[in-house]
Write a protein that binds this ligand. Structure first.
Ligand SMILES: C[S@@+](CC[C@H](N)C(=O)[O-])C[C@H]1O[C@@H](n2cnc3c(N)ncnc32)[C@H](O)[C@@H]1O
Length: 219
């Protein structure tokens, strides 16, 4: 099943989502363009509610080294990059299997003034991640959902103590509740969540923001 998005697929009541977003300051031109591109092309991005959460978690944790697994055309990285800019340090590594997405990300993020804060890698996110030396302050997981389960074990050793493992779509449009849905994507999200809470080295909370965001603190 492909990953769809839009207000009718969110966990939050669309009117509540609209109400929350009505308080947000207007987007800058580049972010508006990214959101419009996602809307027109049906591209699944985290959207502004989760974007603001990523920004906030970056500031709260004082993160410097961030890696994203599944960056698309750079929308979530925009939020990490803006937070790192505000802190005046650090970088976010973007990963995506698609060269076209990576080129789009390069263009959007350079026009957003974030070139110095981003590094863009093309290829299998899990392989790129596995090849990274050193520890991260934040690992953001947004790859295809069937790849979620092994990431619990892969993320843990690559985070510093006090680092955050953040995962999008853990409520998967509510499909996690359908016993008849045994697709690899829904199964992947369910299995991942079980493993995440079973890992005693993570303290995990699921925030029912948009499509569900898991925030796991490495103890
Ligand atoms: C949900 S989109 C990412 C959206 C992005 N995080 C945002 O909110 O702006 C998922 C992306 O991950 C990429 N992807 C999925 N599985 C991957 C994998 N195993 N390795 C690399 N890229 C992957 C897809 O090409 C797609 O662009």
């Amino acid at each position: 099943m492909s990953q769809s998005h839009g207000p009718d697929h969110l966990i939050t009541n669309p009117d509540i989502e609209e109400y929350i977003e009505s308080f947000f300051p207007p987007a800058d031109d580049v972010r508006r363009e990214m959101e419009e591109y996602a809307r027109v092309n049906g591209f699944p991005i985290v959207g502004p509610s989760v974007g603001r959460l990523l920004y906030q978690l970056t500031l709260v944790s004082g993160a410097e080294e961030i890696i994203e697994l599944g960056s698309g055309f750079g929308y979530s990285a925009y939020w990490f990059g803006k937070a790192l800019s505000a802190l005046g340090r650090g970088r976010v590594i973007l990963t995506d299997a698609s060269r076209d997405n990576a080129e789009m990300a390069r263009d959007f993020l350079s026009r957003a003034g974030l070139t110095d804060r981003v590094e863009i890698r093309v290829g299998d996110a899990l392989k790129i991640f596995g090849g990274e030396e050193g520890l991260f302050d934040i690992v953001f997981n947004d790859v295809d959902k069937e790849w979620y389960p092994p990431l619990v074990g892969k993320a843990y050793p690559k985070l510093r103590k006090g680092g955050l493992f953040i995962t999008d779509n853990v409520l998967w449009h509510g499909r996690v509740l359908s016993p008849e849905d045994d697709s690899p994507t829904t199964g992947g999200v369910r299995e991942f969540t079980k493993l995440l809470f079973a890992e005693p080295g993570f303290y995990t909370t699921i925030l029912p923001v948009r499509d569900g965001v898991a925030v796991s603190l490495k103890l």
